[in-house]
Ligand binder design. Structure first.
Ligand code: NI
Ligand code: MN
Length: 227
């Protein structure tokens, strides 16, 4: 069993046995996140890209706990330069970790890091296919829809897809429905909406539009679902 806890925006904690995988830890400054960064004790941290609402508290949490930041090579190099532990990868590459396997997927988005008032190159943004506890989870990161989601769906029997529906910076609900058609996940959890006014969406309307395509689980920040 894998326990999946939504912490608001695109932040999730995935737990299986002693393994606690924190994804996109936007905790401090996240108006909907119910936890404090100081209380987080992950064993690994996955970061999809360098924007502040995804890199978030990854560096201080990694520095404090020793949990490695798993992400694209350039972003990991930056984090390690700031004192974090890290494991750099690139899109299309997978690696077997103690907790399971992570493969980086493409994401159509930006990747800069806000650092000391400047925009620093953070490499290519990514998503993740995560295999742990006998389950397969796709966290798309921030992305627009792309046709190779069909390939991700064909190569992986997805138990869960975490997909953005907020529009403006990522897919909106219309494209997220089409993404689900391609990915064919057993379950969908919408993310990257209602954190700010600009990405306001009605997740119930999205669930209705998905119909029988997939089991849409709407999690409030702090809520969990067991896979
Ligand atoms: Ni972003
Ligand atoms: Mn974002």
């Amino acid at each position: 069993m894998v326990n999946v806890t939504f912490l608001g925006h695109s932040c999730f904690m995935l737990e299986h046995g002693a393994h606690r995988i924190l994804v996109d830890p936007f905790i401090s400054g996240n108006p909907v996140c119910p936890v404090k960064a100081d209380s987080m004790n992950p064993t690994a941290i996955l970061v999809s890209h360098g924007h502040g609402d995804h890199l978030g508290d990854a560096i201080p949490i990694s520095t404090r706990t020793g949990a490695p930041i798993i992400s694209g090579y350039e972003l990991v190099e930056f984090c390690m330069g700031e004192g974090a532990k890290g494991h750099g990868m690139s899109i299309g590459g997978g690696h077997d970790f103690e907790f399971g396997r992570v493969k980086l997927t493409a994401a159509w988005h930006g990747g800069s890091i806000e650092h000391q008032g400047k925009s620093v190159y953070g490499g290519t943004p990514c998503g993740f296919v995560i295999q742990m506890g006998g389950k397969t989870i796709y966290h798309s990161g921030d992305t627009g829809i792309f046709g190779d989601m069909e390939l991700i769906g064909r190569l992986n029997k997805l138990d869960l897809a975490c997909l953005p529906i907020g529009d403006n910076y990522t897919m909106g609900p219309d494209d997220a429905v089409e993404a689900v058609r391609m990915l064919k996940p057993a379950r969908v959890v919408p993310m990257h909406y209602n954190t700010f006014d600009l990405i306001r969406q009605d997740p119930e309307a999205f669930r209705k539009r998905l119909g029988h395509l997939s089991d849409c689980t709407i999690l409030k920040p702090g809520e969990s679902v067991a896979l």
